[in-house]
Design a protein around this ligand. Sequence first.
Ligand code: CA
Length: 224
Amino acid sequence: MRILVIEDEHRIANSIKKGLEQETYAVDVVYGGNDGFDLASTEDYDLIILDVMLPEMDGITICKELRKNHVHSPILMLTAKGQMHDKVEGLDCGADDYLTKPFAFEELLARIRALTRRPKTSLSTILSVGNLHLNPNQFQVNRGKVPIKLSRKEFSLLEYLMRNVGKILSKNQIVSHVWNYDADILPNTVEVYVKKLRGKIDVPFKDEKPLIHTIRGFGYKIGE
Ligand code: CA
């Protein structure tokens, strides 16, 4: 899951980034409205956290313009107390939810979870493929009854594959949802991580069917 944070207060922006990275999200931060709008328009984010008061271009305008340009990523607006006259203004511009500053980080996480799982898995928060189960909120993965320990990056890669069960995902798509803008991506980064993941979820389970499949020339998919 890759998130864009558009917030001019560096301290807030950086603490959101730090906190979200600990939760295995890939995070890009921009401090200005123009940069934010450009990045949000060109990259495919799973969620955008957008402050209302920004230099150059304010959050409400950015939100409206993005929706006009058919950017459908969920948008969570950040507002200072009394800044937004009522909920309607924020939600009218096409935002999905809003949060008033100051907020508790746990509250931000809860909103993000709600927004990012809404489109695909509205009923169950546990993602499953065959007997492989992943709980995005608890960072737990198990195959059958065996718990599997993954690094943060392996976890976010597996989560991305599992949210797209049966779909062939190109390496570029994987990179753009699992790694952030400044990450050092080498041509074989995705291969290396897929190999690590296979070594944990497929290789040790000799009696089970492998779940991660390489589609030569296209990319990868997860499925039974
Ligand atoms: Ca601001």
